[in-house]
Design a protein around this ligand. Sequence first.
Ligand code: HOZ
Length: 430
Amino acid sequence: MDFTNSNNLFSEAKRYIPGGVNSPVRAFKSVGGNPVFFERGVGSKMYDVDGNEFIDYIGSWGPHLFGHNPPFIKSALIEAIDNGTSFGAPNELEVKMAKIIKELVPSVELVRMVNSGTEATMSAIRVARAYTNKEKIIKFEGCYHGHADYFLIKAGSGALTLGVPTSPGVTKSNAADTLLADFNNIESVKNLINQNKDNIAAIIIEPIAGNMGVIKADENFLVQLRNLCNEEKIVLIFDEVMSGFRVAAGGAQEILGIEPDLTTFGKIIGGGLPVGAFGGKKAIMQMIAPEGQVYQAGTLSGNPLAMAAGYAALSYIKEHPEIYVQLEKNSSYLEQGFKENLKKLNKNFAINRVGSMLCMFFTEAEVNDYKSAVSSNTELYAKYFHEMLNAGIYLPPAQFEAMFISTVHSLNDLDNTIKAHYNSLKKVIN
Ligand code: HOZ
């Protein structure tokens, strides 16, 4: 494949943008080589500036459940743009959005719109601290909750990929308020609670981790976590920026049957536009200004474009529950294809999948936490990634990310991907 135009753009980008990109993972640092610059996305495909076509499995890191640029989101956006881009004042779509989120995710009694998942998690922690009048938080090793200072402690996603899970620039005092537990290990949580008696405001977790590859929290572990939070008056926050509306209309909490106190959402509720939200129990959420005293604000929060796209996406989800059947069908077909390839190649790499989130780890260990995830051979992933790229398959440019499958990945797309998977693996494992 020829990447001349992408390479040229990257050289130019580096003159004006740190590292040439606006978000680190997409720079290809962990897989080597130069990033691909894209021009357009349609359905399951993306087209780069050199005219190459790719079957896309990133889907803008989750939101493109229905593929790129689905007609119903496009027309909602066109209609909204005719009326203006931002008011900095209330509009009706915000009310419709809040209502539909509450309908689809019953644990959300009140919801506040923000502009990204990072803002959502930051704000959720602030209100949890105010509600409990306590300061420390517990997060899990390898979970990623955006880039606020107190989350960049052994974080997943780009931080993990680039080998800086705890970022310079995070103050010691900020880091001291974040306690780290092991994913799927309730004893590690109990120990932290005992060592910090009556000072834990919140426990935040991705119930389906999507930033250290894909790892589903064990159901029994979550039940115990819920009980502990009740007993110790700790706010339980589910970060569903990736899993919300993707694994089910009601997110991970629906399929796992556990109600958090607060939930954070991201890009998916904006149909791919810059958006986020946090919501949950009324008693907590009504502490947010102007109803309460916890300050949280934003001019672009609830802007009519994001609301229009988001409302179109969520309405589609509500009216078409069969999309989750289709997503499951496509995703399990891909998983089975990958598994058969591995069998033929005599490899037993771990494949974790929850609905349409999938990750193949280059390790034969069972992957259920951060330590097992990082036992993956990332050099092998990098080689595999480039083989797949050259075969026209666009995967996450890092081992510790999820593949996202859409409703519009055709049988032909999936078969081509399975074929490329076999050929790529065959080349790199020998
Ligand atoms: N941190 C994101 C994936 N978990 C990647 C964001 C991006 O590069 O767009």
